[in-house]
Design a protein around this ligand. Structure first.
Ligand SMILES: *[C@@H]1O[C@H](CO)[C@@H](O)[C@H](O)[C@H]1NC(C)=O
Length: 228
């Protein structure tokens, strides 16, 4: 209980110091901060969007929908039990194309799922990781397709269970998602392929909600883990 209270204080102190996520990061326990090791948003099947300084989910008129794939470093071995794991994405801005006179900025209902890459190969089940510089809406890496475009949420590309669901109004400084269960699974030896972030209202046209990607110079995505 007091540990949890301490964690809250740390998070609140961090929120008060918004803009200094990297300073907050990577202290020693009981709060560990892991930087993203891979991140990309998924769009048209032939285009890899890794080089951008932002990550996007949802849909902008005239474009196909987008989803976010992100992976963090492995859970530190010093972490005994994971009490909580919170993923943070820094909101940057909401984009609208200049040729569109008005375009609303809508709340997105955001869900997050553990990526589990399992395929049936000739010699039984095989696992293929996704490659940051090659992943698209159709492929996890060059020449290898997801079970379904944008990942099948059926246990082949991603776990069907939602780790967390939050409504994100595009005014909040940070998107925070609770991925404790996935972090515990990684600690217990499941392959760390990261998580998929998408909006259940992803087909509704609105402004692009853009978050800092790890290619951005500041406020990169991070995972804050509280251990005891
Ligand atoms: C969007 O979310 C905000 C904050 O949660 C809420 O106040 C607002 O009513 C929501 N807007 C719509 C259109 O649902």
């Amino acid at each position: 209980m007091s540990g949890y209270f301490f964690f809250l204080i740390v998070v609140l102190a961090f929120m008060a110091a918004t803009g200094y996520a990297n300073d907050f990061c990577c202290g020693n326990g009981p709060v560990y901060c892991l930087q993203a090791t891979k991140d990309v948003f998924l769009e048209v099947g032939s285009r890899n969007m890794n080089s951008y300084k932002f990550l996007i989910f949802g849909k902008h008129p005239g474009f196909v929908k987008k989803r976010i794939l992100i992976q963090f470093g492995d859970i530190p071995s010093e972490c005994g039990n994971i009490v909580s794991a919170k993923l943070y994405l820094k909101y940057w801005y909401s984009h609208k194309a200049s040729y569109i006179k008005t375009l609303v900025n809508i709340n997105r209902t955001v869900q997050v799922h553990q990526v589990i890459i399992t395929r049936k190969g000739k010699r039984g089940e095989i696992k293929e990781d996704w490659t940051e510089s090659q992943a698209t809406s159709t492929h996890c890496k060059t020449g290898i397709k997801w079970s379904k475009p944008y990942l099948a949420l059926d246990g082949t590309d991603a776990n069907p269970n939602t780790l967390d669901t939050v409504i994100f109004p595009p005014t909040k400084p940070w998107l925070q998602l609770d991925i404790t269960e996935a972090a515990q699974n990684w600690k217990n030896g499941e392959g760390n392929y990261g998580v998929l972030i998408w909006a259940t209202n992803e087909n509704d046209d609105a402004r692009d909600i853009r978050f800092h990607s790890r290619e951005h110079s500041t406020d990169k995505p991070f995972l804050s883990i509280f251990c005891n």
